[in-house]
Design a protein around this ligand. Structure first.
Ligand SMILES: N[C@@H](CCC(=O)N[C@@H](CS)C(=O)NCC(=O)O)C(=O)O
Length: 214
């Protein structure tokens, strides 16, 4: 059986987890402490997740992991990408992760179970010129910057179970992004986007973060 080493909050890890759900392949999910450097280094030579492991062999890189698992039996990611969606995702990345990181840093994720693991994350991700506390105070900024992006996404969602109508790597990237969006409280999801994120969450077996949203 495969083991997938992840952090629960990590969007790259969501991508790797998705393909197992989409293909209904059983796997063991191992959530590493965020400050465990030696574990990942001993597996792939650097401190990174996700890592796919089986029989003492390990590989990193989320999309390489997706490709490896999708190649087992009939591939499910058979559709084309939509360049307009790619452009939307590139534009959404910076405003989303500016809001996501401070919220993730405070959330009860298993990878932050110890104080040292949480401190490691904050130490790596918080920028001195913009403390997490400043971003968290500006709730209206999160809503004013992210809601228009969600509105723009709606017409690009062609079906609730595949953004372009047929499953593709766009679904891997988009659901991982929407999973990150879900830690932000107070956003308005247009019906198409709401149906998509709920359907994909179920199909992939990956809960959204709505319950942790702030
Ligand atoms: N290109 C890699 C990026 C993976 C990545 O950046 N992972 C982050 C977690 S979200 C990481 O392990 N960063 C090192 C750290 O958190 O210390 C992939 O797609 O898998």
């Amino acid at each position: 059986m495969y083991t997938l080493y992840v952090y629960d909050h990590c969007p790259f890890c969501i991508k790797a987890r998705m393909i197992f759900g989409l293909k209904d392949i059983p796997f063991h999910l191992a959530i590493l402490p965020n400050d465990d450097e030696q574990g990942p280094i001993s597996m792939v030579g650097r401190k990174v997740v996700p890592i796919l492991g089986r029989d003492g062999q390990f590989m990193a890189e989320s999309l390489d992991i997706v490709a490896r698992i999708d190649a087992e039996g009939a591939p499910v990611l058979a559709g084309q990408r939509n360049p307009l969606l790619g452009e939307w995702m590139r534009r959404s990345n910076a405003p989303l992760y500016r809001q996501f990181l401070p919220r993730a840093a405070a959330a009860p994720f298993p990878e932050f179970a110890t104080t040292s693991a949480r401190a490691y994350f904050i130490g790596n991700k918080e920028r001195t010129e913009e403390p997490f506390s400043t971003v968290l105070r500006e709730k209206h900024v999160a809503i004013e910057t992210l809601n228009p992006l969600l509105a723009e996404l709606a017409p690009l969602v062609r079906a609730p179970d595949a953004v372009n109508g047929t499953l593709s790597y766009d679904d891997i990237d988009l659901f991982a992004l929407l999973h990150s969006f879900s830690i932000i409280q107070g956003l308005t999801y247009p019906p198409e986007v709401e149906a998509y994120r709920q359907t994909m969450s179920k199909r992939c077996g990956i809960p959204l973060l709505d319950a942790l949203a702030v």
